[in-house]
Design a protein around this ligand. Structure first.
Ligand code: HEM
Length: 153
């Protein structure tokens, strides 16, 4: 069971962090270069509409399997420091994602419906900043999780 939990945990982090990397580092500059604002904002609204349900699923899987492994392997909060770092930064990433989902993403949807491209651009800029922060945190947590048993245990 521990092996299954670890595999699900890592797969969910790959989907979430890999998706953010692709969106932020590859799709974003291409969309800026190729598309005018109305098409670009519609593309992002639809892209997030496909990606965010996956992120919700990843959040549930990461938190569920992570806490389960923490109690099963380490008896809870006496886990080694790298697990505490993972837990703390993981919760911060989840809070940032939920803020993106309930605030600027909602504003982006409303702006696209109203064809208010300026408001849409502002909402998209906020999402870009927050996803950029979460991407850095996600890569850092992955490095801590994998290197932790060797350097931070
Ligand atoms: C939010 C709550 C989280 C908890 C409670 C948690 C807990 C854990 C635990 C207990 C392990 C097993 C460690 C071991 O047996 O040595 C683990 C492994 C791992 N976690 Fe997390 N985690 C969380 C979030 C995250 C996040 C957000 C990421 C990356 C974005 C992440 C990436 C990983 C990776 C890559 C491993 C595998 C490390 C390895 O075996 O080399 N975790 N996690």
């Amino acid at each position: 069971m521990l092996g299954v939990a670890l595999v699900l945990h890592v797969l969910a982090t790959v989907v979430w962090v890999g998706g953010m990397f692709f969106a932020h580092q590859c799709l974003r500059p291409a969309a800026v270069a190729v598309l005018e604002p109305p098409h670009r904002l519609r593309l992002w609204r639809d892209t997030f509409g496909h990606f965010f349900p996956w992120v919700w699923a990843c959040v549930v899987v990461i938190l569920g399997t992570g806490l389960w492994m923490m109690f099963r392997s380490f008896g809870g909060f006496q886990a080694p420091p790298y697990v505490h770092v993972m837990f703390g930064v993981g919760l911060l990433m989840m809070a940032i994602f939920m803020h993106v989902f309930f605030a600027p993403y909602r504003r982006l949807i409303r702006a696209v419906e109203a064809q208010d491209w300026q408001a849409g651009g502002r909402a998209l800029a906020q999402i870009r900043t927050l996803v950029g922060i979460n991407l850095v945190l996600g890569l850092t947590v992955t490095a801590v999780a994998v290197g932790g048993p060797h350097y931070l245990a």
